[in-house]
Design a protein around this ligand. Structure first.
Ligand SMILES: [Zn+2]
Length: 391
């Protein structure tokens, strides 16, 4: 069994290692960060603008969130990392006292920033808010995250679409490696972890080289980036397998960025992933899609207007404890703000409860046998289908 990983900011211990028969790579662990301990495998709700949309910190605790993600790019542009620092840091600013991970900003710079110019030194881009010109370098992205004071900072990277041509992926991956070294060299806070990002697209050779390079640096955890994009589930799973092969004996936590449908989470846990984040459960909730065992209910459908039952019988969430499907369907039709809060509470409760069921199954040593039941609870919806549903 691998000894726990310990640094000035981070302790990670695998509490249930994968079985020796290789029937799964799923494992449980405990990740201890400056603001608390996170049981893995774990899902991080996304608080883009220092708020998980429609929820208060009390709501977040009630749905079972033990760690959340906040977006470096968004908070840098608005209200500004220096302002948040002056106001006591991100935890105090948003009144959330449990762990926070800030992403690198790389994905938003590439996907939201207009007129971006990528050079070896950094990326120049135009704000999606007001058109102003900004520049992110590895050093600057690190300084922004240090000012925010998150528990985990992530090294600046250059993500590309998984389906990009090989030379484009190779170029971005090599730049991501140089930026990983510069991010680490710029990182000063000993009370903040820093995770590095593996890129490499869908090319097994590039993905494997990237995993080996990033794992060779003194990061506190390893992110697997550049997936949860336009690849098929089979392509994604193959890329995860390549990276986890390289990281097999590495003691640090593995975080797959941007994946959020229950079935996708289950398949990635099975392949050895410990941490996840996605806007998906909350986004589809705000569109009236409620996740229930085996599938989903579309509360915008008229049939629910006369349905007195809760969305999910055995669900302990704020919605299901007190309100009927008929009431929520009415709230959505009337565009009442409470609809968004109640629906988001439910989908995050469902997602975090699903992760708790996965952890219990791994701990009991029955995960391979429980996979079919967990798959049927997750339903058939993949991230891609869910995105279409919400469009
Ligand atoms: Zn519920």
């Amino acid at each position: 069994m691998t000894a726990p990983f310990v640094s000035s900011s981070t302790r990670y211990e695998v509490t249930t290692p994968p079985p020796v028969d290789r029937s799964t790579r799923a494992r449980t662990g405990e990740l201890t960060l400056p603001h608390g301990t996170v049981e893995t495998p774990q899902f991080m709700p996304v608080g883009t603008n220092a708020s998980v949309k429609a929820l208060s910190p009390d709501d977040l605790r009630e749905v079972g969130a033990s760690i959340i993600l906040a977006n470096t790019y968004h908070l840098y542009l608005r209200p500004g990392h220096e302002r948040i620092e002056r106001l006591g840091g991100l935890h105090r600013f948003m009144a959330w006292d449990r762990p926070i991970l800030t992403d690198s900003g790389g994905f938003q710079v590439v996907s939201l920033g207009d007129l971006r110019v990528v050079e070896d030194d950094g990326v120049t881009f135009r704000s999606h808010l007001d058109g102003s010109i900004h520049r992110f370098t590895p050093e600057h992205a690190t300084a922004v995250q240090e000012a925010l004071g998150s528990d985990v900072a992530v090294a600046f990277d250059q993500p590309v679409y998984p389906s990009s041509p090989r030379e484009v992926v190779a170029d971005a991956t090599a730049r991501t490696h140089r930026w990983a070294e510069r991010s680490l060299a710029a990182h000063r806070r000993s009370d903040q972890a820093m995770f590095g990002i593996v890129q490499g697209g869908l090319d097994p050779e590039l993905r494997s080289e990237s995993a080996a390079f990033i794992a060779g640096l003194p990061f506190d955890g390893i992110c697997i980036g550049g997936l949860a994009g336009d690849e098929t589930p089979a392509e994604r799973e193959a890329a995860i397998d390549v990276a986890v092969d390289v990281l097999r004996d590495d003691p640090r936590p593995r975080y797959l960025m941007g994946l959020g449908s229950p079935l996708d989470l289950l398949e990635a846990v099975d392949r050895g992933i410990d941490l996840f984040d996605s806007v998906l459960p909350a986004r589809v909730a705000r569109n009236g899609q409620l996740w229930v065992p085996g599938g989903r209910l579309n509360l915008r459908n008229r049939t629910f207007l006369d349905d007195p039952r809760p969305v999910q019988d055995d669900c302990p969430c704020l919605l299901c404890r007190s309100f009927s499907r008929a009431y929520l369907a009415h709230l959505f039709r009337a565009r009442e703000l409470l609809a968004y809060r109640l629906a988001t509470c439910h989908n995050l409760t469902f997602t975090l409860d699903f992760m708790a069921r996965i952890r219990a199954s791994i701990r009991a040593g029955t995960f391979p046998a429980d996979r079919p039941a967990l798959r049927s609870r997750a339903g058939r919806m993949s991230g891609g289908e869910a995105a279409e549903q919400s469009a």
